[in-house]
Design a protein around this ligand. Structure first.
Ligand code: NI
Length: 133
């Protein structure tokens, strides 16, 4: 599966943007409030769009906040593109991936984007993205 982005948990999104800009990244989606996740999100790319990172700054109300407390500023998921979210989830369940966040809209990525999160004891958290084009 093709990687869409690498997701980072960050404490201060503006400071983290500056650090990624120092590495040559360009801000492609400015910080946007995601009401579902109770977090500010943004996207940056480098290498002419070949590498994409998502910065997620959870507020204390967010279910991601405990992860931020535990890991500080850190990459914490890889997001993979797929054609059929439900089908891929069923396939991965057979390989010991546990679905912990059911498919839900990801308006910051796109109007039709749906994402789901799974966890596997050997590799941690992954995100799956289906985007109807
Ligand atoms: Ni993500």
């Amino acid at each position: 599966m093709e990687v869409h982005h690498i997701g980072y948990l960050v404490k201060n999104i503006d400071k983290s943007i500056k650090s990624f800009e120092a590495l040559g990244y360009d801000l492609t989606t400015p910080p946007t409030w995601d009401d579902g996740r109770k977090a500010h999100l943004c996207f940056l790319t480098s290498g002419g769009g070949t590498t994409c990172v998502e910065l997620i700054a959870p507020t204390p109300e967010s279910e991601l906040y405990p992860l931020l407390k535990q890991y500080k500023n850190t990459p914490y998921h890889m997001c993979y593109k797929c054609d059929d979210l439900d089908h891929k989830i069923e396939e991965l369940k057979r390989h010991k991936f546990l679905l912990f966040l059911k498919p839900s809209p990801a308006p910051v990525i796109g109007e039709t984007a749906q994402v789901a999160f799974l966890i596997n004891s050997n590799i941690g958290i992954i995100e799956l993205l289906e985007e109807q084009l």
